[in-house]
Design a binder for this molecule. Structure first.
Ligand code: ADP
Length: 520
């Protein structure tokens, strides 16, 4: 505004001066003056021009400044664009590497799944071979393994001719640098190619880039997995090195699992065969035992029958003589005859027991099972044995609750069981001792306990006393006769009732014979 004002003023001044000069020119025609005026006018014009220029340059300077700034920004933008392009390239590369890694991980996962679903050693080699080539894309690969005789052999290979493979085997056998892998378990690769030996290995194995990873199992370093590529492909990376190392580890574990399975399977098979053999042996032995047992039963039955007839005659004649039916006999003869009678009774009992055992054993005895009250049987037996009880002043405790359910039994056989057990209790308990018969319900059965305060049974004899003719060597047995058949018969009878019998005993404190019977 100021400039425009000055210019307007200058213009105005100039036109006024010009008008004045012309007026004077026409009026005075003084040349000198005209010159002066012209000079003045020129000066005035120069001043005006200067002012004008100054004004313009004032306007140009900020423009110049802005221009510089723009240039600078443009340079910066250019720099940034270059940086973006560079970052983009790097990003692309990283993305590529990531993609490669992800696809390698997928392949690893796939191989891992493939390996974990087989326990066959040959199949493991086959399953690892194909993905290494087709999915991981290595141009050359092989797996070299050492067998139990320490001999190396190539299990799988790809990209090699037969002759090359033979060379590889001999190379592995003889190159000391490879011991790093095969003996020390280290991984060798061209990723860090600082060692010149690596170059030599790459050359010998016909590749430019390679990874050689040991295969380790519980038994140690068993072999190595090799992968390699030619110079036309890009160098192998640390990621690939890591992946091959994982693959080799996984491979080693799968081999180990397969072997463990093989071991378990073969020992299982062996065990099965042994069990079958033993079972057959046992079955044969059992058959033999059954055959011998039947022979024994048949023999015992036959002999017992043969013995019973003459014994009955002996007993009969002895009774006739004792009763003096065929004339008087002196007392000392009578005494002897009574002994004959007594021993004959013992023999008859023994023969009857033997016959019954043989019959039960061979299933020839016919049991008549009926629902009975145990209390009644026990009271009858107590009556029967009352002379011994009184004679030895034994306290007899009968504890059979009225509420005890009936039992399904053969009356006469179970009576024999009580006669034997209570009889033994009285026999092996010193005078003034006590004998108790108790009954209770237990686990769906009726349990009977016959307890005494007698001499007890040694630990090692507890099982034997149920065997035929077994008697513990003690003072009572030395003075009193017995057959050693009573408990055998008892056991047979209880078992024929689907029951069980067992004994608890302490020397000089007493014994408890317990047996079970089914509820009626
Ligand atoms: P026996 O009574 O005719 O000898 P058993 O078969 O009845 O034959 O008994 C076998 C052996 O078991 C007996 O000789 C005895 O040594 C032992 N025995 C049985 N019952 C008792 C008991 N209540 N106390 C101690 N020992 C016993």
């Amino acid at each position: 505004m100021l400039t425009i004002g000055v210019c307007e003023c200058v213009d105005k001044t100039m036109s006024e001066s010009l008008q004045y000069s012309l007026e004077n020119l026409f009026l005075t025609v003084d040349f000198q003056r005209i010159l002066n005026i012209v000079g003045f006018l020129a000066l005035l014009a120069v001043v005006c021009l200067g002012l004008l220029l100054a004004e313009k340059s004032k306007q140009i300077n900020p423009l110049k400044h802005s221009l510089n700034k723009l240039k600078k920004s443009f340079d910066q933008l250019d720099e940034q664009a270059r940086l973006i392009v560079k970052t983009d390239l790097e990003l692309n590369k990283t993305q590529e590497e990531l993609d490669k890694k992800i696809s390698a991980l997928f392949t690893l996962q796939k191989i891992s799944r493939l390996l974990s679903t087989t326990l066959d050693e040959k199949e493991i080699f086959r399953r690892v071979h194909q993905p290494i080539v087709s999915e991981l894309g290595f141009e050359r690969c092989f797996i070299i393994m050492r067998d139990q005789q320490k001999k190396l052999s190539l299990k799988i290979s790809h990209g090699y001719q037969e002759a090359e493979l033979n060379k590889i085997l001999s190379f592995f056998e003889h190159d000391p640098f490879l011991e790093k892998v095969t003996k020390e378990g280290a991984l060798l690769s061209s990723v860090d190619a600082s060692d010149p030996n690596k170059k030599r290995i790459a050359n010998t194995l016909g590749v430019a880039y390679f990874i050689l990873s040991p295969i380790i199992t519980q038994d140690g370093i068993e072999g190595a997995l090799f992968v390699g590529n030619s110079p036309t492909s890009s160098p192998l990376t640390e990621g690939e090195e890591e992946m091959i190392s994982i693959l080799a580890t996984q491979f080693g574990q799968s081999l180990e699992n397969a072997r463990l399975f093989e071991q378990v399977y073969s020992s299982h098979h062996e065990l099965e065969t042994k069990i079958k053999e033993r079972t057959k042996e046992l079955a044969d032995a059992l058959e033999e035992v059954k055959r011998i047992s039947k022979m024994k039963s048949d023999f015992v039955s036959a002999v017992s029958h043969e013995l019973r007839t003459p014994l009955t005659s002996i007993k009969g004649y002895a009774s006739i003589l004792i009763d003096e039916k065929i004339g008087n006999i002196p007392d000392f003869v009578k005494e002897r005859l009574e002994k004959i009678n007594k021993h004959s009774d013992g023999l008859v009992r023994l023969i009857n027991d033997l016959l019954d055992i043989a019959r039960i054993e061979s299933g020839r005895i016919e049991m008549k099972f009926e629902a009975e009250n145990i209390k009644d049987i026990v009271e009858n037996v107590a009556d029967l044995l009352s002379p011994q009880i009184k004679q030895k002043q034994i306290e007899l405790i009968l504890d059979i609750p009225d509420s005890l359910p009936k039992v399904l039994i053969d009356h006469s056989q179970i009576e024999r069981v009580f006669i034997n057990l209570v009889g033994n209790a009285l026999k092996f308990t010193p005078e003034k001792g006590s004998v108790a018969v108790r009954g209770k319900e237990a686990n769906g059965y009726i349990q009977i306990d016959v307890q005494d305060t007698g001499i007890g049974i040694p630990e090692d004899a507890k099982d034997k006393i149920f065997s035929e003719f077994y008697r513990v060597d003690n003072l009572i047995n030395q003075s009193l006769k017995g057959s050693g058949l009573g408990l055998t018969l008892v056991k047979y009878i209880v078992e024929a009732h689907q029951g069980k019998i067992w004994v608890e005993s302490q020397i000089n404190k007493g014994s408890i014979f317990s047996f079970t019977l089914p509820k009626g």
